[in-house]
Design a protein around this ligand. Structure first.
Ligand code: ATP
Ligand code: MG
Length: 264
């Protein structure tokens, strides 16, 4: 199965004069598709490998155990990990109206990921001249994200978590596709290096007026030392929602789910 990807180039080439209308129509489609979603939360970090996906998956499971209808959109298009984390073992199914049903993972969490569409797990490939491949990569990834948001039939959800890749690019793309930028949950590890990278991401989110829900500090009892979680929470006047140890128990996630519920 493949997504019906349309790149910006195709859009402009086919009908340059109608471009603004087409973009407006796509935004409408995304808005309509997400109409049944109560809360959208982007899980973000300026830094790679800090546990965004791990936190997203376990938080989603805890919310589902507490009786919420939860979905996770794996917005990491080139390094998707969500199906494995959520134990998804089947492909999403097309619906009669041309959309795609998300797959169902453990605890009933709905999941959509590029990994479920790419049979061989290969990254997105880029058409166009090699020298411009970074431009194409950006265009293709933005197009894939747009299709994900416009074509996945989530149905009624209390919460849709968006697991972002490292950096802030995907957050900006989301802000462009949605009518308002999504609320952001940030994940850091305790170190000063992580604090500095996550600070940049939080600034970018706050510059776009995205609500900052709070900070999760992950990997706190290992060899990483520092106070990044408390520092960022104080700097941005947001709660430090959780300090997650290595190999946490389900209780840890249940508490984070509760905290997040009360920070609505
Ligand atoms: N608290 C934890 N206890 C045990 N393992 C963890 C914990 N947090 C993260 N991990 C593991 O660390 C690795 C990196 O985590 P993860 O992939 O979630 O990071 P990420 O921030 O999403 O990375 P990327 O930037 O590549 O998207 C994974 O193997 C994950 O299972
Ligand atoms: Mg990840």
């Amino acid at each position: 199965m493949s997504l019906n990807l349309r790149t910006y180039h195709e859009l402009a080439g086919a009908d340059r004069s109608g471009l603004p209308e087409q973009i407006a129509a796509q935004r409408r489609r995304v808005t309509e598709r997400l109409a049944g979603v109560g809360r959208l939360i982007a899980v973000m970090s300026g830094k790679g490998g800090v546990g965004k996906s791990f936190v997203t998956a376990h938080l989603a499971r805890a919310l589902a155990r507490a009786g919420r209808a939860v979905g996770v959109l794996d917005a990491d298009l080139n390094g998707p990990t969500m199906p494995r984390l959520l134990g998804v073992d089947h492909s999403p199914l097309p619906t009669p109206d041309g959309a795609i049903e998300p797959a169902i993972g453990v605890d009933g969490v709905k999941c959509m990921s590029m990994d479920l569409l790419l049979q061989d797990g290969a990254p997105l490939t880029f058409r166009g001249p090699q020298a411009e491949s970074f431009v194409w990569r950006g265009a293709l990834e933005a197009a894939a994200l747009r299709e994900f948001l416009g074509d996945v039939a989530w149905g009624a959800l209390d919460m849709l978590l968006l697991d972002l890749p490292p950096g802030i690019q995907r957050f900006h793309e989301l802000g462009d596709l949605l009518s308002t930028p999504p609320p952001v949950l940030t994940v850091t590890i305790p170190t000063p290096e992580s604090r500095d990278a996550v600070r940049r991401a939080m600034r970018a989110a706050s510059d776009r007026s995205a609500p900052l829900l709070g900070v999760v500090e992950n990997m706190v009892d290992g060899h990483f030392t520092g106070t990044a979680g408390a520092d960022l929470a104080a700097e941005f006047s947001v709660p430090l929602l959780a300090r997650i140890p290595w190999h946490p128990t389900p209780d840890t996630w249940d508490q984070l789910a509760q905290q997040l519920g009360s920070s609505a």
